[in-house]
Design a protein around this ligand. Structure first.
Ligand code: ADP
Length: 399
């Protein structure tokens, strides 16, 4: 069974092709700067990595280039687009309408479209990816895997905002939670590692976007990204938690438009807003050279994460493991070390030597021998999780 996984953004498409159920990755790549004349197509297999720069005006042209590459008579992977059995799509917002992975029909597409008001930056390009894939991989089953679905288990007392209930119902306001596909993937691995049925885990997805999840027995109990992915931790360009009065203040007193404030909080804030850099490697290098803004931004970032760990440890009434994943979580020994510093009262103690590993393909345990809480670095694989969930769904539908 060949499963193509697509993660379609507004100007990019990430893709991976798997042979399932073996979970063998056949190829992977990225189409970037869609809509530009100098768009980039990167395609790698076990044998080669190829990069093209060309005019890719839209998602359709991008996926056509991918199909052509997959079909290439010498270096291709499939003989016909019909060889793709399933196309699994990452869809960011499933709202209240989707609690589970779903086979895509016209009705499903209409619902994804209706949820665009909740995720204007994400759902429209996700839908575009689906519609284009349907025209190219005609025989494949198209399946949507939602980033919010995993968090549907967050209990009412944690998923409601304290605003009038009828208002929340009418306008679909609640904590949805995001990065669910990643949190689900790494927490399953952590549960296997712990080897026990009942578990209390905090999972930290630290990439450009960042979120933290409290998990009890594998179920999401809370996530720091709430109604939208702006909330919670300090991210690459997103602010994380801010007092909503700041928005009124900027709009009423200084006449900033809602659009300007939205851009400010989503694209100009976070580590970028604090330092002028959004890549943690640059910020760390600058901090080392004595850049005070970078030093402070790192302290703020670490402080916010510790605050959430404390809160979620209380919510869970204990802690078996903390999982670090995504670009920063997997690669930054500096962040892991400082996040875990002075947390011994919670049973958290990091082994510096174990923390300073070079490359990470499997699970790395970085806690000290006597620590109560396991500290695990687990590379995320959202695409594989999507492929697995899509295959499970179709296998269940056949039974
Ligand atoms: P996305 O959320 O876009 O999927 P990733 O999970 O790939 O992002 O994370 C990207 C971020 O990870 C980069 O912006 C950078 O801040 C951080 N990162 C990647 N490698 C390292 C590293 N070796 N050290 C510190 N930070 C890193």
């Amino acid at each position: 069974m060949q499963v193509l996984v697509l993660n379609s953004g507004s100007s990019s498409i990430k893709f991976k092709l798997f042979k399932m159920p073996e979970e063998t990755k056949l190829c992977a790549g990225l189409i970037e700067r869609i809509g530009h004349r100098d768009a980039k197509f990167t395609f790698s297999t076990q044998k080669e990595t190829l990069q093209l720069t060309r005019d890719i005006p839209n998602h359709k042209v991008g996926l056509e280039i991918l199909a052509k590459k997959l079909l290439h008579k010498d270096s291709g992977i499939i003989n016909s687009t019909d060889d793709i059995n399933i196309v699994g799509h990452r869809v960011v917002h499933g709202g209240k309408l989707f609690r589970d992975t779903t086979e895509i029909t016209q009705a499903v597409k209409d619902k994804i479209k209706s949820l665009s008001t909740l995720a204007p930056l994400h759902n429209p390009p996700n839908l575009e990816g689906i519609e284009v894939a349907e025209t190219i991989f005609k025989k494949a089953k198209q399946v949507a895997v939602f980033d919010t679905a995993f968090h549907q288990s967050i209990p009412d007392y944690a998923n409601k905002y304290a605003i009038p209930i009828d208002f929340s119902e009418k306008h679909s306001i609640r904590v949805y939670g995001f990065h669910g596909i990643s949190h689900e993937y790494v927490s399953e691995k952590a549960i296997q590692y712990l080897g026990k049925k009942h578990s209390k885990i905090i999972s930290l997805h630290l990439g450009n976007g960042c979120s933290i999840t409290a998990l009890k027995d594998g179920k999401s109990m809370d996530n720091s990204q709430g109604f939208s992915p702006i909330n919670g931790l300090i991210m690459g360009t997103r602010s994380g938690d801010v007092d909503p009065s700041i928005i009124f203040h900027l709009a009423e007193k200084y006449d900033y438009s809602i659009d300007e404030i939205s851009t400010l909080l989503q694209k100009k804030s976070g580590m970028f807003g604090l330092t002028g850099y959004n890549d943690l490697r640059d910020i760390k290098a600058e901090a080392k050279k004595g850049n005070k803004a970078c030093q402070l931004a790192l302290e703020m970032n670490i402080y916010r994460i510790k605050k959430y760990i404390g809160a979620y440890a209380a919510v869970l009434n204990g802690l078996d493991a903390i999982v670090f994943t995504a670009g920063i979580g997997e690669n930054s020994s500096y962040m892991r070390q400082h996040i875990c510093e002075d947390m011994d009262f919670l049973g958290i103690s990091l082994d510096e030597e174990k923390n300073n590993f070079d490359s990470n393909t499997g699970i790395k345990a970085i806690h000290s021998d006597t620590a109560k809480v396991k500290l695990l670095v687990i590379p995320t694989n959202e695409e594989l999780e999507i492929a697995k969930q899509a295959c499970d769904l179709l296998a269940n539908n056949l039974n």
